[in-house]
Every structure is written in structure tokens, then in C-alpha cells.
Design a protein around this ligand. Structure first.
Ligand code: TRP
Length: 366
């Protein structure tokens, strides 16, 4: 049936629903388990500060699992992307190093097949931007729902062109190494759809017989969003509701002491009516592997005090080895630098190879 693409819900039509995306994600997960080396994971973060428990349970844990299965993994530190919604250049280098320490401390071990690199150090990756820009229309860019949300969230009065075009940068990040699996949260699905569109259009236009790019798939995390200590939808640094990987045990206790609960003493697990309490119980569950309902039952009359004490102990216990490793890494900035520089070498090698193929496909060889 012919579908008329209404301007406002264009993305809804071309994109899978979350349920369909989840189904596809399960399929790709199965294929990874069967044959990890056949795949390549590409993922990344903006260097905006230290990582917190939301990042850990929402994505880092999954990345470690994939890397341990032996899937070659590339992690881009998206330093240019930071500049799309705020002026951050005074802190970028420091944040890039913080991020790297967080990665290494959770077990993303560069002696395995893991490549960590800052975006700005790989010119050949960025060179894909120019051909890719010609494969996307202005209106496609201006309708991207995640970009719109970010513009609103940052309260931008003026939107720079980097903001509009960053989903294309992100396609370059993913396609330069021919990543075919992208572990992401729901908010990144429009970008992944853009990447798939670019890969498809490139292959169709320039190299139908021998496609250069794969159409990468989203691998959705089982914990897509960890709520903050205030019960708000998302744990985030800017909302001041986060526990960081690098928080000390005392800081963790203090942060949790201030967490929002409710006036009912008896602790029950009721995610609909007692959002804040349920959220704290879920966090305990993420750390201990127990069911939030069972945890609630064992706390019961112990009330909010006992709930917070249990959470503090669970977080501090779970993150103890990670925090110890992180403290060691902080003492060795040269090692962090070396990890990044060897990541850059490896990423450049891949990007150079891809660029050779792109040039040939586009008939630009001299
Ligand atoms: N846009 C992502 C974020 O804001 C970061 C990112 C950059 C990314 N490049 C990527 C994520 C490639 C996945 C794949 O968190």
C-alpha cells in the first residue's frame, strides 16, 4: 500500500516501533552468541564528565559482556559532538581522559580486541562526512526527533549546523570501521536509522554489486534507562541525581541519604504508585541480582532508613573493585594516554582502508 509521508510523523513511518527494534535486537544478540567474531561493535559516548550508574547498567555492562565474548569492539569518544549543544572546549581533554579511566575500570580491557579513540584524532573517519552529507536531505535532518529534543533540552536559541548534522557524523563513526552492531539506548534509534539509510544509499548509488557498507543494527540494552535518585526518569549529571562510578563510599552514602522516598514507612515494591521507592529497590536489585520485590519484603518495616542503608551497602560492595581499579588508573596518566594513542592508530588503519574503498566506489581514483 502506498503510504503518504506526512511531514510531522515522517520518522515514525520510516522507523521501527520500539517493539520491532527490540525483536531485531534479540535476533542480532543470538547471532553474536553463535558467532562473535563475525560481528563488529561500534559504540561511543560524548566526553561530558564522569560516568554514573545509569551508564554502567544501561550500557557499559553490556559492552564488557560483548567484548568478553570476543566481538571486536570500537569505542569512539565523541569529542566534536559535545560542541553541538554547549561550549565545552575548556574541559574536553580532561573529560576524555576521565571517560577512558571509567571504561578501563569497568573491564573494557584494551589487551582484548577493544579500540578506544577520540573522534578528533581520526581524519580519515571525518573525511567520510563530505560524501555522506550529499546523501541526506535538509528536511530529513531537521525532522530528527532526538536532535529536536536535544535542542529543547539545552534551551538553544541558536542552533549550530554541527547540531543538525551530527547524526551524519555519527554515521561516519559507525561506518568507518564497518561496525554492524551498535549497542544503544532508545534515544539513539533515529540516528541509527540515519546511518542505515546512508549505508544503503551509498551502496545503491556507488557500488550496488559490491556494497562497501553494512547496514548496522541496534542492540538494545535490557536496562534501557536507570532512574535517578530523585525518581526522575533518567539518572544524569545535569539533574544532580546520579551516583558516579568514581564516587567514594562516603559520597555514595551522602548521595543516597538525600534520595527521595515517600511518607509511608512500610517498604513495598510498587513501581506504579511508589516510583521513588521502587527505583531505589531496582537499583539494589541491579547490584545484587535479587528481585526488587524480595528485597522490599526483607526490608518491610525497616522503612526508608533501612532501604537507603541497604542500597548504600549494595552499591559500595558492587563497585568496590571497579573503584579500586579506577583509583590506580588515576595515578597513571601516561598509561591512559598510551591506550588512547594506540586506539587512534588502530582506528586510523581501519578508516584509511575504508576510505580507499570509498574513493574507488565513487570513481575518484587518480
Ligand atoms: N550520540 C551518542 C550520545 O549522545 C554518542 C555517540 C557518538 C555514539 N557516536 C556514536 C553512540 C556512535 C553510538 C554510536 O550518547
Amino acid at each position: 500500500m502506498l503510504q503518504i509521508v506526512n511531514k510531522n510523523n515522517y520518522w515514525e513511518i520510516i522507523m521501527d516501533t520500539y517493539e520491532v527494534a527490540l525483536e531485531k535486537s534479540k535476533k542480532i544478540e543470538k547471532s553474536i552468541l553463535e558467532n562473535p567474531k563475525k560481528h563488529k561493535v561500534l559504540t561511543g559516548d560524548r566526553p561530558t564528565g564522569r560516568l554514573h550508574l545509569g551508564h554502567y547498567f544501561g550500557s557499559l555492562q553490556n559492552r564488557v559482556k560483548l567484548a568478553n565474548l570476543g566481538v571486536p569492539t570500537f569505542i569512539v569518544i565523541a569529542d566534536y559532538q559535545v560542541l553541538t549543544d554547549h561550549d565545552a572546549h575548556s574541559e574536553i581533554s580532561q573529560f576524555t581522559k576521565q571517560l577512558t579511566m571509567d571504561y578501563l575500570s569497568v573491564g573494557l580491557d584494551p589487551s582484548k580486541d577493544i579500540t578506544i579513540f577520540p573522534h578528533s584524532y581520526v581524519p580519515e573517519l571525518n573525511q567520510l562526512m563530505l560524501p555522506f552529507l550529499t546523501l541526506v536531505s535538509n528536511s530529513e535532518l531537521s525532522r530528527n526527533p532526538t536532535v529536536k529534543e536535544e535542542i529543547n533540552a539545552a534551551g538553544l536559541k541558536k542552533v549550530n549546523a554541527g547540531m543538525y548534522t551530527y547524526p551524519i557524523h555519527q554515521a561516519c563513526d559507525i561506518l568507518f570501521c564497518k561496525g554492524d552492531v551498535v549497542p544503544v539506548g532508545k534515544d539513539q534509534l533515529p540516528h541509527l536509522e540515519m546511518t542505515r539509510t546512508i549505508a544503503r544509499r551509498f551502496n545503491e548509488k556507488y557500488c550496488k554489486k559490491r556494497p562497501v557498507f553494512p547496514e548496522p543494527q541496534a542492540l538494545l540494552s535490557k536496562t534501557p534507562s536507570v532512574a535517578g535518585l530523585d525518581g526522575a526518569q533518567k539518572m544524569s549529571k545535569s539533574r544532580n541525581n546520579a551516583i558516579f562510578l568514581s564516587s567514594s563510599e562516603d559520597e555514595t552514602a551522602k548521595l543516597i541519604k538525600k534520595a527521595k522516598t515517600d511518607s509511608e514507612r512500610f517498604i513495598t515494591y510498587d513501581p506504579e504508585n511508589r516510583v521513588e521507592v521502587a527505583n531505589l529497590l531496582e537499583l539494589i536489585g541491579l547490584c545484587t541480582g535479587e528481585d526488587p520485590k524480595t528485597i522490599a519484603e526483607s526490608i518491610g518495616n525497616g522503612g526508608g532508613g533501612m532501604l537507603k542503608k541497604t542500597l548504600t551497602e549494595a552499591v559500595n560492595e558492587y563497585f568496590k573493585p571497579i573503584r579500586e581499579r579506577r583509583a590506580q588508573l588515576e595515578q597513571d596518566p601516561e598509561y591512559i594516554r598510551q591506550v588512547l594513542l594506540s586506539g587512534v592508530d588502530k582506528a586510523r588503519e581501519e578508516a584509511q582502508q575504508t576510505l580507499v574503498e570509498v574513493r574507488a566506489a565513487m570513481n575518484m581514483v587518480i
